[in-house]
Design a protein around this ligand. Structure first.
Ligand code: GDP
Ligand code: MG
Length: 303
């Protein structure tokens, strides 16, 4: 074994909306995780591989930690804890620009760290939206818990502090062979990634409960001779009334969702994408374990 090599898993743990997925993408320099202003955008663990010198950093972007009510929510929160348990280091992330940072969700994470005794660092995010001086009290309070080896203030959005973060965590990883080929970005299947980009548009373009009632599945993926790819997807909703909303007036909404998602896919894949979307009503899909499994939502149980 090459003694200079290191490799470790780093879990991004925090309440919904802390900016975990934004940080993940910044660290990878790639649009892997989907992001929206709404909580609970990330539904399952997303694995992303980054290199820092001779160290392979395997990040686990996770759903946020909150009080789950429905089955899908329970599965999501369980994936968050499971990801954190499996990691060599936990990066706890809070939105420092919020009026109240130390919510019950935040406290549940500190409590977990107390019992788990895992190496952890604290990342206070969104410092572009709040003067750093206003965070000193909070940073002190959290340093005093002795749960964190380091406390950092960053902006995932502007990348302020992100390079330092990578440099900080790399030496904390265990010595060992890399787990993934150097050029591999993720273990996420391309079809699932493509579904996620469409789901991101559903989160960005639709209001209230609709994004939470929606799921996306890639039905077909056809490589064409001219180098383009034709992708067929189904957008699932739970009621007929929701179908009408996703469709929009004269089909305008679904068209806009498809157009934006297609552009994103094309940009990342660096080729032309043809995207066809169909809407299907599937009552209570979010309570259906087999459906959630097909959605990749139970992937963390199969590792
Ligand atoms: P997650 O739920 O923790 O994965 O959070 P996301 O990465 O999806 O981000 C939630 C929202 O916070 C999105 O609207 C992001 O654009 C925004 N956000 C993330 N990081 C920052 C940041 O550093 N500054 C600001 N102002 N907004 C951010
Ligand atoms: Mg997320």
């Amino acid at each position: 074994m090459d003694k200079t090599k290191r490799c470790g898993f780093i879990a991004l743990l925090g309440p919904p909306n802390a900016g975990k997925s934004t940080l993940m993408n910044q660290m990878l320099g790639s649009k892997l995780s989907i992001i929206s202003p709404k909580p609970q955008t990330t539904r399952s663990r997303v694995l992303g591989v980054a290199m820092e010198g001779n160290t392979q950093l395997v990040f686990l972007d996770l759903p946020g930690v909150f009080m789950p009510k429905r089955k899908m929510e329970r599965v999501m929160v369980e994936a968050a804890w499971e990801g954190a348990r499996s990691a060599d280091l936990v990066m706890v992330m809070f939105d420092a620009s919020k009026k109240v940072v130390m919510t019950s969700e935040a406290r549940s994470i500190l409590k977990w760290l107390t019992t788990e005794k895992k190496q952890a660092i604290l990342v206070l995010n969104k410092v572009d939206a709040i003067p750093k001086e206003r965070l000193l009290g909070l940073a002190q309070e959290l340093t005093a818990t002795n749960l964190f080896t380091d406390v950092l203030m960053i902006s995932a959005k502007t990348a302020d502090g992100v390079p330092d973060l990578l440099k900080l965590v790399a030496p904390k990883m265990p010595a060992g062979e890399w787990q993934y080929p150097e050029d591999q970005l993720t273990d996420m299947p391309e079809r699932l990634w493509a579904s996620e980009l469409t789901r991101e548009q559903v989160f960005l373009q639709l209001k209230e409960e609709l994004p939470y009632a929606a799921a996306v599945e890639t039905e077909s993926w056809e490589e064409r001779r001219d180098g383009s790819v034709a992708i067929g997807q189904i957008v699932y909703v739970q009621k007929e009334t929701q179908r009408a909303i996703v469709l929009g007036k004269g089909g305008a909404r679904i068209k806009e969702i498809g157009q934006k998602a297609r552009e994103e896919m094309g940009r990342e894949l660096e080729r032309k994408v043809h995207l066809t979307l169909h809407i299907k009503v599937k009552e209570n899909w979010s309570e259906d374990i087999n459906f959630l499994k097909a959605q990749g939502l139970l992937g963390h149980l199969e590792r």
